[in-house]
Design a protein around this ligand. Structure first.
Ligand code: ADP
Ligand code: AMP
Length: 213
């Protein structure tokens, strides 16, 4: 099963992708996580990606497509995966489709997690992340057991640089310009399903499970 998570930044794609990955035993593939891991390790890719991420812009397609295709070519992706944060542009979606077609394969389901822009800034200003294991919390809605500390690995939680309000506004504009057209793209392929992302995370997940089966 190959699933794509669509939605604005902060809509809850990562939160849901992790739950789907666990329930259906699929790898969770997040291009944002891959960029952040590279940044933490100080690789050239990480440095290049940071230039764009800090501005709230998209990392260029060439770079992003290459790291994504490398990742999904790994053994653990043989039986499928949940893509979170990819594709973010029509050309990215087209490359993915072409590569899958070569293998006689295709994307099965694109899930659009719908959350209005008004809710997004609040969601993102409260987001806290663990840079070690990738877990994500929200200071009000999904708090860790101990304030500022990751439940899974005990690391201190941080606010992502790109979750500051000015950058969030820019990311929302980029989302509407470059990523939202994918809703139409996958609708035309008859694989788009929409869930109401304003519900609490268990209710959103219950809706997703109904779609995945
Ligand atoms: P995305 O991957 O789409 O950028 P995240 O999954 O990181 O979004 O979620 C953004 C923020 O909103 C995080 O702080 C997360 O804990 C919180 N969040 C996710 N789902 C919900 C929900 N259903 N209700 C309230 N807050 C949520
Ligand atoms: P995310 O963790 O998905 O919110 O992504 C964080 C940032 O990484 C984005 O704002 C972009 O700068 C970059 N990024 C992640 N995925 C992509 C992608 N598919 N295409 C371009 N840039 C991306």
């Amino acid at each position: 099963m190959k699933i794509i998570m669509l939605g604005a930044p902060g809509a809850g794609k990562g939160t849901q992708a992790k739950m789907i990955a666990e329930k259906y035993h699929l790898p969770h593939v997040s291009t944002g996580d891959i960029f952040r891991a590279n940044l933490k390790e100080g690789t050239e890719l990480g440095k290049k990606a940071k230039e764009y991420m800090d501005k709230g812009a998209l990392v260029p397609d060439e770079l992003t497509v290459e790291i994504l295709l490398d990742r999904v070519a790994k053994d653990d992706c043989k039986n499928g995966y949940v893509l979170d944060g990819f594709p973010r542009t029509i050309p990215q979606a087209e490359v993915l489709d072409k590569e899958l077609e070569k293998l006689g394969d295709k994307v099965d389901l694109a899930i659009d997690v719908e959350v209005p822009d008004e809710n997004i800034v609040r969601r993102m200003s409260g987001r806290r992340a663990c840079l070690k294991c990738g877990a994500t919390y929200h200071i009000e809605h999904i708090p860790p057991k101990q304030e500022g500390i990751c439940d899974n690995c005990g690391e201190p939680l941080v606010q992502r640089d790109d979750d500051k309000p000015e950058t969030v506004q820019k990311r929302l504009t980029v989302y509407h310009d470059q990523t939202a057209p994918l809703i139409d793209y996958y609708t035309k392929k008859n694989i788009l399903k929409t869930v109401d992302g304003t519900q609490d995370m268990e209710a959103v997940f219950a809706d997703i499970v109904k779609l995945v089966g």
